[in-house]
Unconditional design. Sequence first.
Length: 183
Amino acid sequence: MRGKTLGVYAYGKIGSTVAAVGKAFGAEVVCWGREGSTGRAKAAGFAVAKSREDFFAGADIVSLHLPLNKDTRGIVTRNDLARMKPTALIVNASRSGLIEKGALVDALKAGSPGFAAVDVYDKEPVGADEPLIKMNNVTCTPHLGYVTRESYEQYYARVVDDIVSFAAGKPSNLLNPDALGKK
């Protein structure tokens, strides 16, 4: 990554880690996102693109780190992808719906960006009808980027702790505590 420009879209929990790793590997890190995200990136010493257009046009690698909701669905548009270099890589391990439907396949066929790495798909589990898995310029993995021993230990430790607390008569993390007194 040395000498490359890594574009981090959304400097949050995961985006900040990706930015730090990119910097450690010698990349010039440039961030983009909402005001809070770009403010955190600046405070951490990372550059923020002058515009959305500059962000997509200037990055050698764009990595997406946004949650999928009504405000972010399709937030990466056909125009954004068309601005990317033919040598650029877009990485999406967040949610497929962040990219405008059909835009990634079309953009990759047109040559901008030239490459993609994806861990998420419109339809999961991914099947043989997924066009991205048939493309030579795309690296596809099943939606397993979060699966590590540490993440599972973290997820399930809380569940086990809640069960033990409940069995001991001291329930924790209740969404509806009033329901405990009712049959």
